[in-house]
Design a protein around this ligand. Structure first.
Ligand code: TXA
Ligand code: MG
Length: 495
């Protein structure tokens, strides 16, 4: 197939729109990454997108619109939360999953009864959509499994000869794909993190927004396909999250730990590998450069491919804010190949602590968070919410924290609710969790020494903040005694 290269002139956009209307495929720029567009209402055209990308057919497309009013053509649902997000974030890098109307072919939704909708802020993208007069289904314009394209050249590299045209516009500003948020339940859930973070969206909505639990887990990767193996505890709601993604040709290793130590370890390893004749690239960003990292990351991977790099050594960013979204991509590109320097040091010191509370424990959670940050700046906190005093359900948060710890995503967890009782029950339902509710320093000591509690539960309404912080310190500073206690904790873990 002859692939036309088009500009962003009015005339060329009209040409591109004609191709879409006629059932063809056009790659075009958006503010996040380049998309590969087809008429979302034409099953045959959408079928061609899967084929051109080599994409599994159960991985649904995002449907792009150019006016907020077009939302009601795709779904019957319109909640105040949706309106708030549309007002605050559209046009922009936010995709909402909502129930799909029947006019959307199921090939577009990968067979699901929901549809993902986004209104991009890129003017070129919106001009193309409105000129086409139809919603445009557009996954990222890369071959399935390759890093997403952030320049027109990346689309040329992957799709030349496979699609009808490429609109060659500006490089993408954001650099990682839109945030995908599921709006079909009571609590909006982030299915794919992006530049608009859970914290930010939660601010807009004035209520909690949670990450899908699968985002907090290290999945099992199949050696044959590189895809995620669906297990009892890894069932991503977003089908795309289970496929091999963003993989560079080089072997990639992520170093996690204290910033200076990571740099040193990477430099040492790079020198070693180079001495043995390997071509090595390093990808290192500081924690305060997460937006820059998002902007450049996919391009860096593609550069490595072009240079025939053998090994990529990358520094992990702190997993908060946009760093969480960058790391979501980085872990996948590296096939979860991670070297934890802190664990290697065998310091026995906790590095990542997951915090979670309901509304009754919210105030205490915030106090404990501040306390830990002041106590030890090497401890990383992952705050799983809730983010306000608005009423929420403790089982949701107890479970989220339990899963973060059981999966190894966090080393330890702290949960708070009014009394600490309900949320500890929820956490203890997760296999591998040993959550101890403590109301005194002595209990904190013993729950670590004897039970090796990996989650500490506190009561926001029953334990004074000062005592709660002493409990936290005692629990963190106490070592597990092992011996006969180990036999018992092993029995617990088997239950
Ligand atoms: O920034 C972006 O979103 C880019 C540009 C082109 O707009 N598009 C993009 O599309 O990243 P794609 O196809 O590469 O990723 C779509 C993601 C996949 O992870 C897919 O599983 C998820 O959205 N998704 C789509 N429809 C869904 C649905 N109904 N329910 C859950 N997840 C859905
Ligand atoms: Mg993609």
């Amino acid at each position: 197939m002859d692939t036309k290269i088009l500009s962003t002139s009015k005339e060329d956009i009209r040409l591109a729109a004609d191709i879409i209307k006629a059932g063809g495929l056009v790659a075009f720029p958006t503010e996040t990454v380049y998309g590969l567009g087809a008429n979302a209402l034409d099953p045959e055209a959408v079928g061609k997108v899967y084929k051109a990308k080599g994409r599994p057919s159960d991985n649904p497309m995002i449907v792009h619109i150019s006016h907020k009013d077009d939302m009601c053509k795709l779904t019957d649902l319109m909640t105040p939360d949706m309106e708030r997000l549309m007002d605050a974030c559209w046009p922009g890098p936010l995709t909402m999953v909502v129930p799909a109307k029947d006019i959307i072919p199921r090939v577009t939704t990968g067979g699901l009864d929901t549809v993902a909708v986004r209104m991009p802020s890129s003017e070129t993208a919106r001009d193309l959509i409105s000129e086409s007069g139809v919603p445009i289904a557009a996954p990222s314009a890369n071959l399935s499994g390759h890093p997403s394209p952030t320049t027109a050249q990346h689309c040329v590299d992957d799709l030349m000869g496979r699609i009808d045209a490429i609109v060659s516009g500006d490089d993408c500003q954001v650099g990682i794909e839109s945030t995908v948020i599921d709006m079909t339940g009571e609590t909006p859930m982030i299915l794919r993190p992006g530049i608009l973070t859970a914290e930010k969206l939660s601010e807009v909505l004035g209520k909690e927004v949670l990450p899908d639990p699968s985002l907090l887990k290290k999945p099992e990767i199949s050696k044959d396909t590189g895809n995620v193996v669906n297990t009892e505890d890894f069932r991503p709601k977003s089908p795309g999250m289970k496929y091999k993604h963003y993989a560079p040709k080089a072997e990639m290793v992520i170093y996690r730990g204290e910033e200076a130590a990571v740099r040193e370890a990477i430099e040492k390893k790079a020198a070693e590998l180079r001495a043995s004749g390997k071509k090595v690239e390093t990808i290192i960003y500081r924690d305060d450069e997460s937006e820059k990292a998002a902007h450049e990351f996919f391009g860096r991977l593609r550069e490595c491919d072009k240079n025939n790099t053998d090994v990529i050594l990358a520094a992990a960013l702190s997993e908060s804010g946009v760093g969480f979204s960058v790391m979501n991509r980085m872990f996948k590109s590296a096939g979860y190949n991670i070297i934890d320097l802190d664990k290697e040091k065998g310091s026995g010191k906790t590095m990542i602590i997951a915090l979670a509370s309901d509304h009754g424990g919210y105030a205490l959670k915030e106090i404990v968070k501040k306390h830990i940050k002041e106590k030890d700046k090497d401890i990383k906190i992952v705050d799983l919410g809730t983010h306000s005093e608005e009423s929420v359900d403790y089982p949701v948060y107890g479970k989220a924290c339990g899963e973060a710890v059981a999966s190894g995503k966090a080393d330890l967890g702290i949960v708070c609710c009014g009394t600490g009782i309900g949320i500890s029950m929820a956490a203890n339902k997760v296999k591998g969790v040993r959550c101890g509710l403590c109301t005194s320093v002595e209990m904190a000591h013993l729950t670590k020494e004897h039970n090796n509690a990996n989650i500490l539960a506190l009561g926001g309404r029953t334990t004074e903040p000062e005592l709660a912080c002493q409990i936290v310190d005692e629990w963190l500073d106490t070592e597990f005694a092992g011996g006969r206690h180990k036999r018992r904790t092993d029995m617990l873990d088997e239950m």
